[in-house]
Design a protein around this ligand. Structure first.
Ligand SMILES: NC(=O)c1ccc[n+]([C@@H]2O[C@H](COP(=O)([O-])OP(=O)(O)OC[C@H]3O[C@@H](n4cnc5c(N)ncnc54)[C@H](O)[C@@H]3O)[C@@H](O)[C@H]2O)c1
Ligand SMILES: [Zn+2]
Ligand SMILES: [Zn+2]
Length: 396
Protein backbone atom coordinates (compact mmCIF):
# COMPACT_ATOMS: atom_id res chain seq x y z
CA UNK A 1 0.00 0.00 0.00
CA UNK A 2 1.12 3.57 -0.79
CA UNK A 3 2.11 5.92 1.99
CA UNK A 4 0.66 9.37 2.67
CA UNK A 5 1.45 12.21 5.07
CA UNK A 6 -0.76 15.16 5.99
CA UNK A 7 -0.91 18.29 8.15
CA UNK A 8 -2.98 17.34 11.18
CA UNK A 9 -4.69 19.59 13.73
CA UNK A 10 -3.66 18.50 17.25
CA UNK A 11 -4.82 21.26 19.64
CA UNK A 12 -5.04 25.06 19.65
CA UNK A 13 -1.77 26.42 18.29
CA UNK A 14 -0.43 23.00 17.26
CA UNK A 15 -0.40 21.25 13.88
CA UNK A 16 1.89 18.33 13.04
CA UNK A 17 2.73 16.33 9.93
CA UNK A 18 1.52 12.76 10.51
CA UNK A 19 1.35 9.59 8.53
CA UNK A 20 -2.28 9.33 7.30
CA UNK A 21 -4.27 6.81 5.27
CA UNK A 22 -3.73 6.67 1.51
CA UNK A 23 -7.02 7.90 -0.01
CA UNK A 24 -9.73 5.56 -1.26
CA UNK A 25 -12.53 6.29 -3.73
CA UNK A 26 -14.96 6.39 -0.80
CA UNK A 27 -16.03 8.50 2.15
CA UNK A 28 -16.88 6.12 5.00
CA UNK A 29 -19.30 3.63 3.44
CA UNK A 30 -20.28 6.11 0.73
CA UNK A 31 -18.76 5.03 -2.60
CA UNK A 32 -17.10 7.69 -4.75
CA UNK A 33 -16.66 6.01 -8.14
CA UNK A 34 -17.16 9.55 -9.52
CA UNK A 35 -13.91 10.60 -7.79
CA UNK A 36 -10.20 10.69 -8.54
CA UNK A 37 -7.02 10.32 -6.50
CA UNK A 38 -4.63 13.24 -6.89
CA UNK A 39 -0.91 13.45 -6.30
CA UNK A 40 -0.79 16.93 -4.80
CA UNK A 41 1.41 19.43 -6.62
CA UNK A 42 0.63 22.45 -4.41
CA UNK A 43 -1.64 23.10 -1.44
CA UNK A 44 -1.93 26.42 0.34
CA UNK A 45 -2.35 27.47 3.98
CA UNK A 46 -5.40 29.74 4.40
CA UNK A 47 -6.70 32.20 6.98
CA UNK A 48 -9.72 29.90 7.20
CA UNK A 49 -7.42 27.15 8.52
CA UNK A 50 -6.14 29.57 11.14
CA UNK A 51 -9.61 29.99 12.68
CA UNK A 52 -9.49 26.24 13.44
CA UNK A 53 -5.86 26.16 14.52
CA UNK A 54 -6.41 29.08 16.90
CA UNK A 55 -9.10 26.99 18.64
CA UNK A 56 -11.89 29.29 17.47
CA UNK A 57 -14.07 26.52 16.05
CA UNK A 58 -15.17 23.08 17.15
CA UNK A 59 -12.58 21.34 14.90
CA UNK A 60 -11.73 17.90 16.35
CA UNK A 61 -8.19 16.80 17.08
CA UNK A 62 -6.81 14.59 14.29
CA UNK A 63 -8.49 16.57 11.49
CA UNK A 64 -6.31 16.51 8.34
CA UNK A 65 -6.29 20.12 7.11
CA UNK A 66 -6.18 21.65 3.64
CA UNK A 67 -8.79 22.86 1.16
CA UNK A 68 -6.62 24.69 -1.40
CA UNK A 69 -5.45 21.89 -3.70
CA UNK A 70 -3.83 21.60 -7.13
CA UNK A 71 -2.77 18.17 -8.32
CA UNK A 72 -2.03 15.53 -10.87
CA UNK A 73 -4.68 12.85 -11.47
CA UNK A 74 -3.18 9.42 -10.81
CA UNK A 75 -6.33 7.28 -10.60
CA UNK A 76 -9.89 7.83 -11.79
CA UNK A 77 -13.02 6.04 -10.54
CA UNK A 78 -15.27 3.93 -12.77
CA UNK A 79 -17.79 6.73 -13.33
CA UNK A 80 -15.33 9.48 -14.27
CA UNK A 81 -15.73 10.11 -18.00
CA UNK A 82 -13.80 13.21 -19.02
CA UNK A 83 -10.96 13.76 -16.53
CA UNK A 84 -8.03 11.37 -17.18
CA UNK A 85 -4.95 10.15 -15.32
CA UNK A 86 -2.13 12.57 -16.17
CA UNK A 87 -4.35 15.68 -16.12
CA UNK A 88 -3.08 18.62 -14.04
CA UNK A 89 -6.07 20.17 -12.29
CA UNK A 90 -7.22 22.89 -9.91
CA UNK A 91 -9.67 21.76 -7.22
CA UNK A 92 -12.32 24.28 -6.05
CA UNK A 93 -12.31 24.24 -2.25
CA UNK A 94 -16.11 23.81 -2.30
CA UNK A 95 -17.14 20.21 -2.85
CA UNK A 96 -20.19 20.10 -5.12
CA UNK A 97 -22.27 17.28 -6.57
CA UNK A 98 -23.34 19.02 -9.78
CA UNK A 99 -26.77 17.43 -9.43
CA UNK A 100 -28.70 19.40 -6.77
CA UNK A 101 -30.76 22.55 -7.33
CA UNK A 102 -28.05 24.82 -5.87
CA UNK A 103 -25.27 23.32 -8.01
CA UNK A 104 -27.51 23.63 -11.07
CA UNK A 105 -27.94 27.33 -10.24
CA UNK A 106 -24.15 27.81 -9.93
CA UNK A 107 -24.29 28.01 -6.11
CA UNK A 108 -21.62 25.37 -5.57
CA UNK A 109 -20.73 26.75 -2.11
CA UNK A 110 -24.04 25.47 -0.75
CA UNK A 111 -24.38 22.08 -2.47
CA UNK A 112 -27.14 20.04 -0.83
CA UNK A 113 -25.67 16.54 -1.26
CA UNK A 114 -22.15 16.62 0.18
CA UNK A 115 -22.65 17.34 3.87
CA UNK A 116 -25.31 15.67 6.02
CA UNK A 117 -25.30 18.48 8.62
CA UNK A 118 -25.72 21.63 6.47
CA UNK A 119 -25.49 22.87 2.88
CA UNK A 120 -21.92 23.24 1.62
CA UNK A 121 -18.75 21.22 2.06
CA UNK A 122 -14.98 21.57 1.83
CA UNK A 123 -11.88 19.39 2.23
CA UNK A 124 -10.32 19.26 5.68
CA UNK A 125 -12.70 21.66 7.41
CA UNK A 126 -14.82 21.53 10.55
CA UNK A 127 -18.58 21.04 9.92
CA UNK A 128 -17.90 20.72 6.19
CA UNK A 129 -18.87 17.12 5.58
CA UNK A 130 -15.91 15.09 6.88
CA UNK A 131 -13.93 15.11 3.61
CA UNK A 132 -10.21 14.53 4.20
CA UNK A 133 -7.97 17.58 3.70
CA UNK A 134 -5.31 18.06 1.07
CA UNK A 135 -2.31 19.52 2.89
CA UNK A 136 -0.92 16.09 2.17
CA UNK A 137 0.78 14.03 -0.50
CA UNK A 138 -2.42 12.48 -1.90
CA UNK A 139 -6.13 13.25 -1.65
CA UNK A 140 -9.46 12.01 -3.04
CA UNK A 141 -11.64 14.45 -4.96
CA UNK A 142 -15.30 13.39 -5.51
CA UNK A 143 -17.51 14.32 -8.50
CA UNK A 144 -14.32 14.87 -10.48
CA UNK A 145 -15.88 15.63 -13.88
CA UNK A 146 -17.94 18.41 -12.33
CA UNK A 147 -15.46 19.86 -9.83
CA UNK A 148 -12.08 19.87 -11.53
CA UNK A 149 -10.58 22.53 -13.78
CA UNK A 150 -8.00 20.98 -16.13
CA UNK A 151 -5.10 23.21 -17.16
CA UNK A 152 -4.78 23.25 -20.96
CA UNK A 153 -1.00 22.72 -21.10
CA UNK A 154 0.96 21.03 -18.31
CA UNK A 155 4.37 22.64 -19.00
CA UNK A 156 2.87 26.11 -19.29
CA UNK A 157 0.88 25.49 -16.09
CA UNK A 158 3.93 24.28 -14.12
CA UNK A 159 5.76 27.46 -15.15
CA UNK A 160 2.91 29.51 -13.62
CA UNK A 161 2.00 27.18 -10.79
CA UNK A 162 2.61 29.82 -8.08
CA UNK A 163 -0.23 31.85 -9.61
CA UNK A 164 -2.48 28.96 -10.66
CA UNK A 165 -2.37 27.43 -7.16
CA UNK A 166 -4.41 30.44 -6.01
CA UNK A 167 -7.38 29.40 -8.21
CA UNK A 168 -8.54 26.82 -5.65
CA UNK A 169 -9.66 29.56 -3.26
CA UNK A 170 -8.25 33.03 -2.61
CA UNK A 171 -8.13 34.47 -6.14
CA UNK A 172 -11.78 33.55 -6.91
CA UNK A 173 -12.75 34.46 -3.31
CA UNK A 174 -11.17 37.91 -3.50
CA UNK A 175 -12.65 38.43 -6.96
CA UNK A 176 -16.10 37.31 -5.78
CA UNK A 177 -15.85 39.76 -2.87
CA UNK A 178 -15.21 42.56 -5.36
CA UNK A 179 -17.94 41.47 -7.81
CA UNK A 180 -20.52 41.11 -5.04
CA UNK A 181 -19.61 44.61 -3.81
CA UNK A 182 -20.44 45.93 -7.28
CA UNK A 183 -16.84 46.86 -8.22
CA UNK A 184 -16.38 47.89 -11.85
CA UNK A 185 -14.60 50.50 -13.97
CA UNK A 186 -13.97 53.68 -11.97
CA UNK A 187 -15.10 52.29 -8.61
CA UNK A 188 -13.67 53.61 -5.35
CA UNK A 189 -13.31 50.63 -3.03
CA UNK A 190 -12.42 49.95 0.60
CA UNK A 191 -10.98 46.48 1.23
CA UNK A 192 -10.80 45.58 4.93
CA UNK A 193 -7.92 43.17 5.63
CA UNK A 194 -4.53 42.85 3.92
CA UNK A 195 -4.17 39.12 4.45
CA UNK A 196 -3.98 36.95 1.32
CA UNK A 197 -7.75 37.24 0.67
CA UNK A 198 -7.72 41.03 1.05
CA UNK A 199 -4.69 41.35 -1.23
CA UNK A 200 -6.27 39.01 -3.81
CA UNK A 201 -9.42 41.12 -3.59
CA UNK A 202 -7.48 44.35 -4.08
CA UNK A 203 -5.69 42.93 -7.13
CA UNK A 204 -9.07 41.74 -8.45
CA UNK A 205 -10.49 45.26 -8.02
CA UNK A 206 -7.69 46.53 -10.28
CA UNK A 207 -8.49 43.77 -12.79
CA UNK A 208 -12.14 44.94 -12.73
CA UNK A 209 -11.07 48.52 -13.45
CA UNK A 210 -11.44 50.20 -10.04
CA UNK A 211 -10.14 53.77 -9.90
CA UNK A 212 -8.95 53.70 -6.28
CA UNK A 213 -8.45 50.68 -4.02
CA UNK A 214 -7.93 51.49 -0.34
CA UNK A 215 -6.75 48.59 1.84
CA UNK A 216 -7.04 48.71 5.65
CA UNK A 217 -5.22 46.56 8.23
CA UNK A 218 -3.30 46.83 11.49
CA UNK A 219 -0.11 45.08 10.31
CA UNK A 220 2.39 47.47 8.64
CA UNK A 221 4.16 44.75 6.55
CA UNK A 222 0.84 43.66 5.07
CA UNK A 223 -0.09 47.28 4.25
CA UNK A 224 3.32 47.67 2.59
CA UNK A 225 2.54 44.58 0.48
CA UNK A 226 -0.75 46.23 -0.63
CA UNK A 227 1.11 49.43 -1.51
CA UNK A 228 3.63 47.44 -3.59
CA UNK A 229 1.05 46.87 -6.35
CA UNK A 230 -0.62 50.25 -6.37
CA UNK A 231 -3.15 50.27 -3.52
CA UNK A 232 -3.74 53.15 -1.14
CA UNK A 233 -3.63 52.06 2.50
CA UNK A 234 -5.14 53.01 5.87
CA UNK A 235 -3.50 51.97 9.13
CA UNK A 236 -6.26 51.08 11.56
CA UNK A 237 -3.97 51.30 14.60
CA UNK A 238 -4.10 55.09 14.17
CA UNK A 239 -6.63 57.03 16.19
CA UNK A 240 -7.69 59.02 13.11
CA UNK A 241 -11.14 57.61 12.25
CA UNK A 242 -11.40 55.44 9.13
CA UNK A 243 -13.79 57.92 7.48
CA UNK A 244 -11.24 60.71 7.89
CA UNK A 245 -8.37 58.55 6.59
CA UNK A 246 -10.49 57.75 3.53
CA UNK A 247 -11.33 61.45 3.04
CA UNK A 248 -7.62 62.25 3.08
CA UNK A 249 -7.20 59.92 0.07
CA UNK A 250 -10.30 60.55 -2.07
CA UNK A 251 -11.61 63.89 -0.77
CA UNK A 252 -14.85 62.48 0.68
CA UNK A 253 -15.35 60.16 3.68
CA UNK A 254 -17.01 57.41 1.67
CA UNK A 255 -16.52 54.76 -1.01
CA UNK A 256 -18.74 53.06 -3.61
CA UNK A 257 -18.03 49.51 -2.43
CA UNK A 258 -16.55 47.79 0.60
CA UNK A 259 -15.27 44.23 1.00
CA UNK A 260 -14.83 42.48 4.36
CA UNK A 261 -11.75 40.24 3.99
CA UNK A 262 -11.33 39.87 7.76
CA UNK A 263 -14.24 37.94 9.31
CA UNK A 264 -15.20 37.32 12.94
CA UNK A 265 -11.72 37.54 14.47
CA UNK A 266 -11.64 41.28 13.66
CA UNK A 267 -9.70 43.65 15.91
CA UNK A 268 -10.99 47.05 16.93
CA UNK A 269 -9.66 50.28 15.44
CA UNK A 270 -7.49 52.96 17.11
CA UNK A 271 -7.53 52.62 20.89
CA UNK A 272 -9.47 49.33 20.55
CA UNK A 273 -6.81 47.74 18.31
CA UNK A 274 -5.61 45.48 21.11
CA UNK A 275 -8.93 43.64 21.48
CA UNK A 276 -11.30 41.67 19.30
CA UNK A 277 -14.55 43.28 18.14
CA UNK A 278 -16.18 40.77 15.82
CA UNK A 279 -18.68 43.23 14.28
CA UNK A 280 -16.15 46.05 13.68
CA UNK A 281 -15.54 45.40 10.02
CA UNK A 282 -19.22 44.97 9.18
CA UNK A 283 -20.08 48.21 10.98
CA UNK A 284 -17.14 50.07 9.44
CA UNK A 285 -18.19 48.86 5.99
CA UNK A 286 -21.70 50.28 6.49
CA UNK A 287 -20.22 53.51 7.81
CA UNK A 288 -17.95 54.14 4.81
CA UNK A 289 -20.06 52.75 1.95
CA UNK A 290 -22.16 55.40 0.19
CA UNK A 291 -25.95 55.16 0.12
CA UNK A 292 -26.87 52.68 -2.60
CA UNK A 293 -23.48 50.94 -2.44
CA UNK A 294 -22.84 47.25 -1.88
CA UNK A 295 -20.77 45.28 0.63
CA UNK A 296 -19.10 41.95 -0.17
CA UNK A 297 -18.44 39.71 2.83
CA UNK A 298 -16.05 36.84 2.04
CA UNK A 299 -14.61 37.16 5.60
CA UNK A 300 -15.81 34.16 7.60
CA UNK A 301 -18.51 34.28 10.30
CA UNK A 302 -19.31 31.18 12.35
CA UNK A 303 -22.31 29.63 14.06
CA UNK A 304 -20.18 28.49 17.02
CA UNK A 305 -17.13 30.28 18.47
CA UNK A 306 -15.88 28.75 21.72
CA UNK A 307 -13.29 31.58 22.06
CA UNK A 308 -15.71 34.52 21.79
CA UNK A 309 -15.56 37.19 24.51
CA UNK A 310 -19.32 37.74 24.61
CA UNK A 311 -21.97 35.10 25.32
CA UNK A 312 -24.06 35.97 22.22
CA UNK A 313 -21.00 35.82 19.95
CA UNK A 314 -20.39 32.21 21.08
CA UNK A 315 -23.41 31.39 18.88
CA UNK A 316 -22.45 33.80 16.11
CA UNK A 317 -24.78 36.66 17.18
CA UNK A 318 -22.97 39.98 16.73
CA UNK A 319 -23.88 43.62 17.43
CA UNK A 320 -24.39 44.73 13.87
CA UNK A 321 -25.81 48.21 13.28
CA UNK A 322 -28.22 46.96 10.64
CA UNK A 323 -30.31 50.17 10.90
CA UNK A 324 -27.46 52.09 9.29
CA UNK A 325 -27.19 49.66 6.40
CA UNK A 326 -30.96 49.74 5.95
CA UNK A 327 -31.03 53.55 5.92
CA UNK A 328 -28.40 53.56 3.16
CA UNK A 329 -30.10 50.77 1.13
CA UNK A 330 -26.95 48.67 1.21
CA UNK A 331 -26.74 45.30 -0.48
CA UNK A 332 -24.85 42.57 1.44
CA UNK A 333 -23.42 39.36 0.06
CA UNK A 334 -22.07 36.65 2.37
CA UNK A 335 -21.01 33.02 2.27
CA UNK A 336 -18.48 30.69 0.68
CA UNK A 337 -17.25 31.81 -2.71
CA UNK A 338 -18.65 29.55 -5.45
CA UNK A 339 -15.17 29.04 -6.93
CA UNK A 340 -16.36 27.32 -10.09
CA UNK A 341 -18.19 30.46 -11.22
CA UNK A 342 -14.85 32.24 -11.65
CA UNK A 343 -11.92 29.82 -11.88
CA UNK A 344 -11.80 29.35 -15.67
CA UNK A 345 -11.78 33.06 -16.64
CA UNK A 346 -9.33 33.83 -13.82
CA UNK A 347 -7.07 30.97 -15.06
CA UNK A 348 -7.02 32.68 -18.46
CA UNK A 349 -6.25 36.04 -16.84
CA UNK A 350 -3.17 34.33 -15.33
CA UNK A 351 -2.15 32.41 -18.45
CA UNK A 352 -2.42 35.54 -20.64
CA UNK A 353 -0.55 37.75 -18.13
CA UNK A 354 -3.45 40.03 -17.23
CA UNK A 355 -2.65 39.75 -13.52
CA UNK A 356 0.34 38.95 -11.28
CA UNK A 357 -1.62 37.38 -8.45
CA UNK A 358 1.23 35.38 -6.83
CA UNK A 359 3.29 38.58 -6.63
CA UNK A 360 0.35 40.53 -5.15
CA UNK A 361 -0.12 38.04 -2.28
CA UNK A 362 3.64 37.29 -2.00
CA UNK A 363 3.62 33.50 -2.46
CA UNK A 364 6.33 31.57 -0.59
CA UNK A 365 6.79 27.88 -1.41
CA UNK A 366 7.61 25.54 1.51
CA UNK A 367 7.92 21.76 1.97
CA UNK A 368 5.35 19.63 3.80
CA UNK A 369 7.73 19.35 6.77
CA UNK A 370 7.87 23.14 6.98
CA UNK A 371 4.07 23.44 7.22
CA UNK A 372 3.92 23.73 11.05
CA UNK A 373 6.43 26.62 10.88
CA UNK A 374 4.41 28.14 8.02
CA UNK A 375 1.31 28.07 10.24
CA UNK A 376 3.20 29.81 13.06
CA UNK A 377 4.64 32.52 10.80
CA UNK A 378 1.29 33.12 9.11
CA UNK A 379 -0.39 33.41 12.51
CA UNK A 380 2.13 36.08 13.49
CA UNK A 381 1.00 38.14 10.49
CA UNK A 382 3.72 37.41 7.90
CA UNK A 383 2.90 39.28 4.68
CA UNK A 384 3.04 36.00 2.74
CA UNK A 385 0.85 33.30 1.26
CA UNK A 386 2.40 29.92 2.13
CA UNK A 387 2.18 27.27 -0.58
CA UNK A 388 3.13 23.73 0.40
CA UNK A 389 4.98 21.66 -2.23
CA UNK A 390 4.67 18.11 -0.83
CA UNK A 391 6.57 16.28 -3.59
CA UNK A 392 9.19 18.93 -4.45
CA UNK A 393 7.61 19.40 -7.89
CA UNK A 394 7.47 23.23 -8.04
CA UNK A 395 10.30 24.69 -10.16
CA UNK A 396 12.42 27.47 -8.64
N1 LIG B 1 -15.91 33.21 1.79
C1 LIG B 1 -14.98 32.36 1.42
O1 LIG B 1 -15.22 31.53 0.54
C2 LIG B 1 -13.61 32.44 2.03
C3 LIG B 1 -12.54 31.83 1.41
C4 LIG B 1 -11.25 31.99 1.95
C5 LIG B 1 -11.08 32.72 3.11
N2 LIG B 1 -12.18 33.27 3.72
C6 LIG B 1 -12.04 34.08 4.93
O2 LIG B 1 -11.49 35.35 4.57
C7 LIG B 1 -10.85 35.92 5.73
C8 LIG B 1 -9.45 36.40 5.35
O3 LIG B 1 -8.61 35.31 5.00
P1 LIG B 1 -7.02 35.50 4.98
O4 LIG B 1 -6.42 34.22 4.55
O5 LIG B 1 -6.65 36.74 4.26
O6 LIG B 1 -6.79 35.66 6.57
P2 LIG B 1 -5.77 36.49 7.47
O7 LIG B 1 -6.09 36.14 8.87
O8 LIG B 1 -4.39 36.28 6.97
O9 LIG B 1 -6.13 38.03 7.20
C9 LIG B 1 -7.02 38.79 7.94
C10 LIG B 1 -6.40 40.18 8.10
O10 LIG B 1 -7.38 41.06 8.70
C11 LIG B 1 -6.67 41.97 9.51
N3 LIG B 1 -7.63 42.63 10.41
C12 LIG B 1 -8.03 42.30 11.67
N4 LIG B 1 -8.95 43.17 12.12
C13 LIG B 1 -9.13 44.08 11.12
C14 LIG B 1 -9.97 45.23 11.00
N5 LIG B 1 -10.79 45.60 11.95
N6 LIG B 1 -9.92 45.91 9.83
C15 LIG B 1 -9.08 45.54 8.83
N7 LIG B 1 -8.26 44.48 8.91
C16 LIG B 1 -8.29 43.76 10.05
C17 LIG B 1 -5.62 41.10 10.18
O11 LIG B 1 -4.58 41.90 10.72
C18 LIG B 1 -5.18 40.22 9.02
O12 LIG B 1 -4.08 40.79 8.31
C19 LIG B 1 -10.86 34.84 6.79
O13 LIG B 1 -11.96 35.05 7.65
C20 LIG B 1 -11.10 33.57 5.99
O14 LIG B 1 -11.70 32.55 6.76
C21 LIG B 1 -13.41 33.12 3.20
ZN1 LIG C 1 -8.84 28.91 1.83
ZN1 LIG D 1 -24.93 19.90 -5.38
Amino acid sequence: MCHNHGVTYIEPGVVEVHSIEYPKLALGDRKCEHGVILQIVSTNICGSDQHMVRGRTTAPTGLVLGHEITGLVIEAGRDVEFIKPGDLVSVPFNIACGRCRNCKAGQTGICLNVNPSRPGAAYGYVDMGGWVGGQAEYVMVPYADFNLLKFPDKDQAMAKIRDLTLLSDIFPTGYHGAVSAGVGPGSIVYVAGAGPVGLACAASCHLLGAAVVIVGDLIPERLEQARSFGCEVVDLRKETPLTQQIAEIVGVPEVDSAVDCVGFEARGHGVDAGTEHPATVLNAAMMVTRAGGAIGIPGLYVTGDPGAREEAAKEGSLSIRIGLGWAKSHAFYTGQCPVMKYHRPLMNAILYDKIQIAKAVNVEVISLDQAPQGYRDFDKGAAKKFVIDPHGMIPN
